[in-house]
Design a protein around this ligand. Structure first.
Ligand SMILES: Cc1cc2nc3c(=O)[nH]c(=O)nc-3n(C[C@H](O)[C@H](O)[C@H](O)COP(=O)(O)OP(=O)(O)OC[C@H]3O[C@@H](n4cnc5c(N)ncnc54)[C@H](O)[C@@H]3O)c2cc1C
Length: 317
């Protein structure tokens, strides 16, 4: 619970820091769930106290949302695994280690490997021009026949149920970040509107402004209660792919509305970086995509309601 409150509090001030804490807890959870006792002893406390910095390398340029079709390959020979493929959007791509997800070509399962980024065959490319979440630099990680020892593979990453739990956990933990961002925007808006005098009165004294503030607070309360309930379900082991997707889809879409309302209430100053809101507006766009896009979350929740999967189109390429 404490971790999620930390994500919430940090995101109230800066979305990138919130995302960093959230992602670090996801990586810890991956090691905790999929690591052997030796791997846990070796890495868990180091990752938790940030003396070992690890990035999360899952997404790929050619697969995007169709993440289960991941193409990065892990080939085992007598003594090593050889990794080949390209990872995209890796946040903090230049951290010393990356947790790389690759398909074991023998078993076809998607497994996790701890890769040191200074190994021969690893090439890093910064993604230039990213406009939001700017504390975190994203990049590509190209793996060209990268040789890693057996011990680099998280021991239980061939257990598909455990791997699914790691990904559900990642998505569930993420909803506290946009919720914190909404809270930060609301608090900054009140302060700004209280200080700003127009037509001889503070902006907060106008009915049309108050109506918008009520809408924002209602959105925040909805987001917080949904996110908090999801955290509780997670703690009690009742979180699943559908309830996580449902909460994610709602929180992100109403959160986007809340930030736009704040921007509107501040008038022209709403587009300035000085007032937190414009930054929050572009940062919220990251959350729209992170840990699956909004569409994916909606389609997963829709499948649960109807029993009909609508993820695939039959029109072909
Ligand atoms: C700021 C930021 C940080 C990130 N950090 C990381 C990270 O640290 N590590 C990592 O591994 N990844 C990271 N990602 C990647 C992120 O998880 C992916 O962007 C995400 O999985 C979606 O893939 P895509 O952007 O390629 O979308 P695409 O798959 O290209 O989708 C484009 C659009 O098409 C829609 N779409 C696709 N398929 C369907 C369908 N079947 N039905 C309806 N609509 C569809 C999508 O919803 C979206 O709107 C990050 C992304 C961002 C923006």
């Amino acid at each position: 619970m404490e971790t999620y409150l930390n994500v919430f509090e940090a995101s109230r001030v800066d979305a990138s820091i919130g995302a960093f804490i959230g992602l670090t807890s996801t990586i810890i959870h991956a090691f905790y769930t999929l690591g052997s006792e030796e791997q846990k002893n070796e890495y868990l406390s180091k990752i938790a106290n940030v003396s070992l910095l690890v990035s999360w390398a899952y997404s790929e340029p050619e697969t995007g949302s169709y993440s289960s079709s991941l193409q990065c390959k892990a080939e085992k020979n007598e003594d090593f695994f050889f990794l080949n493929g390209t990872k995209r959007w890796v946040g903090n791509y230049n951290f010393p280690f990356a947790l790389v997800w690759a398909r074991n070509i023998k078993t076809s399962k998607i497994e996790a490997f701890l890769v040191q980024i200074n190994l021969p065959g690893v090439k890093l490319e910064v993604m230039k021009g990213k406009f939001n979440s700017r504390v975190v630099q994203n990049g590509n990680l190209v793996l060209d026949n990268v040789k890693v020892p057996f011990s680099a593979r998280l021991a239980f990453s061939d257990d598909e149920a455990k791997v699914a739990q790691v990904f559900i956990n990642a998505r569930a933990g993420m909803v506290m970040a946009p919720t914190g961002l909404i809270c930060g925007v609301f608090q900054n808006s009140i302060k700004y509107l209280n200080d700003k005098v127009r037509f001889g009165a503070r902006l907060t004294s106008y009915q049309m402004i108050q109506e918008k503030l009520v809408k924002m607070l209602a959105i925040f309360n909805n987001s917080f209660l949904l996110s908090w309930r999801l955290v509780q379900l997670q703690q009690s082991g009742h979180v699943n792919i559908a309830n996580t997707a449902l909460v994610k889809s709602i929180v992100i879409s109403i959160g986007r509305d809340a930030v736009r309302i704040a921007r509107e209430m501040m008038g022209s100053n709403g587009i300035s970086l000085d007032n937190f809101v414009m930054k929050a507006l572009v940062d919220m766009e990251s959350y729209y995509n992170l840990e699956s896009t909004h569409n994916m979350a909606v389609l997963i929740a829709g499948r649960e309601i109807t029993g009909i999967p609508a993820l695939k189109s039959y029109s072909g390429v």
